[in-house]
Ligand binder design. Structure first.
Ligand code: TYM
Length: 336
């Protein structure tokens, strides 16, 4: 990806957690050293489920502060919130007229989020993936660093780009590639190794938040579900021990090692020894982010200024791309 353009997004629905950090944000930080990087707080996606207006504003500031505290540099990257750049919603409508019901019906995230009460889900929740395709393609992004749960949405983005290109007979959109971490593609709940760590889980003890205090991090790891067996010396032996495998994966991602290397170090040891070392690694990573985030949150006007500056730069890139799409479709341009 020598001269690719990187785009990714995160929803402002509560605080960011360890899954967001290890699955996505850590790699966002590294990519900005080498590539053009555009990072978006996707508030239009957040309102696909009901949001309290005050809480949405607070969460947008918190996510902006958390991204900057994690190492996103507003000079090296473009950082903004989606609703400030009208091209996202505009291109999403154009893509609603390209994507097929059959494609959207396959989306597993809609099925999970809508649950049993599907008739009551918003149209926006159903069309969520076309807006995500618009986010990426409004910038002709070539690479998208995400966790494993977004893979299917990326495939749909490629289908939409391919369909658009063939409708208008030119390779207008690139087909974006996902960048998915090897060890931290899917961080699981601390209480259930079969479900993903998520902001929406009712129990806070299922996740580590990036603003958790050190004592709380230690307590959450102490209480994390495990089993009585010691750690084995091969990864295969963890196949039926999802909670143990998750903790090994977290340790590996935090220390930039493979899971096999972690097992080499800890094989034969019980969780009584492993858990406190894992908690120390987590505290070493999270406490500087949390402290910096709290400093940044003391000046919300500065955060607004950064997001506003980012949205101006984002619009300068996406406006000509979306205008060109409208021209290809055959819309008359009034010239105003
Ligand atoms: P969101 O806000 O749910 O999550 C942000 C990023 O964190 C990753 N992630 C995880 N990775 C590993 N383990 C976990 N437990 C975990 N939980 C979350 C997500 O995969 C994601 O990369 N639809 C997207 C936001 C979005 C977007 C985009 C992403 C909107 N437009 C365009 C990329 C490009 C979402 O809801 O992410």
């Amino acid at each position: 990806m020598s001269n690719g353009r990187v785009f990714s997004g995160v929803q402002p629905t509560g605080n960011l957690h360890l899954g967001n950090y290890l699955g996505a944000i850590k790699s966002w930080v590294g990519l900005q050293q080498v590539h053009e990087t555009i990072y978006c707080i996707v508030d239009l996606h957040a309102i696909t489920v009901p949001q309290d207006p005050t809480a949405l504003k607070t969460a947008t500031h918190e996510v902006a502060a958390c991204l900057i505290a994690s190492g996103i540099d507003a000079h090296s990257s473009i950082l903004f919130n989606q609703s400030q750049v009208p091209q996202h919603a505009e291109l999403a409508w154009l893509f609603n007229c390209v994507a097929r019901l059959g494609w959207l019906n396959r989306m597993t995230q809609f099925k999970e989020k809508a649950g049993k009460n599907r008739e009551n889900a918003t149209v926006g929740l159903y069309a969520y993936p076309t807006l995500m395709a618009a986010d990426i393609l409004a910038y002709k992004a070539t690479h998208v660093p995400v966790g494993d749960d977004q893979k299917q949405h990326l495939e749909l983005t490629r289908d939409i780009a391919t369909a658009f290109n063939s409708m208008f007979g030119e390779d207008f959109f690139p087909l974006p590639e996902p960048i998915i971490q090897r060890t931290a593609a899917r961080i699981m709940s601390l209480r259930d190794g079969g479900s993903k760590m998520s902001k929406s889980d009712l129990s806070d003890f299922t996740r580590i938040n990036l603003n958790d205090e050190d004592d709380l991090i230690s307590l959450k790891i102490k209480k994390a579900k495990t089993d009585p067996e010691p750690l084995p010396d091969t990864l295969d032996a963890l196949e039926h021990r999802p909670e143990a495998r998750n903790l090994v994966g977290i340790y590996a991602a935090l220390t930039d090692q493979s899971e096999a290397e972690v097992l080499l170090e800890f094989s034969g040891e019980g969780f009584g020894k492993f858990k406190p070392l894992l908690a120390d690694c987590l505290i070493n990573t999270i406490s500087p982010i949390r402290d910096e985030m709290n400093k940044l949150l003391a000046d919300p006007l500065e955060l607004d200024r950064i997001l506003n500056e980012g949205s101006i730069k984002a619009e300068a890139i996406s406006e000509p791309i979306v205008s060109a799409c409208k021209g290809m479709i055959g819309f008359v341009h009034s010239g105003k």
